[in-house]
Design a protein around this ligand. Structure first.
Ligand code: TIU
Length: 230
């Protein structure tokens, strides 16, 4: 078992039963000209998440552990887009409109893709989702249960939107989540801090919060028996 220093108490997991979740590291949220910027956000605030997440991704890949990437987006014909979501916030460009990186949050456009630094590799799960939560209208729960996954190490953007929805959905399904504070980010630093605080409050009512450095040092201290890992 691997033990990571975390809040509100150490997070313990079996490498054969853990998955790294990389939530929505898409150009549409992280780069200029995408969906995030169309909502009036300063997208540069998310960039600090990329380098620590790249290090965690490398550690999982080196050990042959499960990696799952998600992307928020819609079918090109927008048949899976509720008007309520399309019209919310009075954006300069709406989902499906043509922007500098192609149609906003539409599958197949450049902006919908994951940033090159964190691009999925063959053998990793790539999951497209129409909502903020990663379980809503996807087969994520089936994939996790089929692999015997019980624990999720969570990275992604943004902390209080897609990360928070996903971690809450995971919690209600019995999964144990460790959210990495430096591998998650928000356009609003105060929302990042309060979302993390909410996860770990009340004895870990939603999950655990830790850092990539503490996770990496725990992995280094506990050589993973790769033959035990699917
Ligand atoms: N707007 C915002 O903060 N986030 C999203 O719309 N989606 C995700 O968090 N992925």
């Amino acid at each position: 078992m691997i033990t990571v220093q975390a809040e509100p108490h150490p997070y313990v997991f079996d490498a054969a039963r853990v998955a790294l979740l990389c939530i929505d590291f898409q150009r549409d949220f992280v780069e200029a000209g995408g969906f995030g910027e169309s909502l009036g956000n300063d997208v540069s605030r998310l960039r600090s998440t990329i380098e620590p997440t790249r290090a965690v991704l490398s550690a999982f890949r080196e050990r042959g552990l499960t990696v799952i990437h998600t992307r928020e987006g819609h079918r090109p014909d927008l048949t899976d887009l509720f008007p309520a979501k399309r019209d919310r916030g009075n954006p300069t460009l709406r989902i499906g409109d043509e922007g500098p990186m192609g149609r906003l949050l539409v599958r197949g456009s450049a902006g919908h893709d994951i940033v090159p630094e964190l691009a999925p590799q063959p053998g990793e799960v790539l999951l497209d989702k129409p909502g903020k939560g990663s379980f809503y209208a996807t087969d994520l729960e089936t994939i996790l249960r089929a692999r015997g996954i019980t624990h999720l190490v969570v990275t992604g953007v943004t902390t209080e939107v897609c990360v928070q929805s996903t971690v809450r959905e995971a919690n209600d399904r019995g999964f144990e989540s460790l959210v990495l504070s430096d591998c998650t980010g928000s356009y609003f630093p105060e929302f990042h801090a309060s979302a993390l605080a909410m996860f770990a409050a009340q004895g870990g009512i939603v999950g655990w919060v830790g850092t990539s450095a503490d996770l990496l040092s725990a992995l280094d201290r506990s050589p993973v028996q790769t033959e035990n890992v699917r």
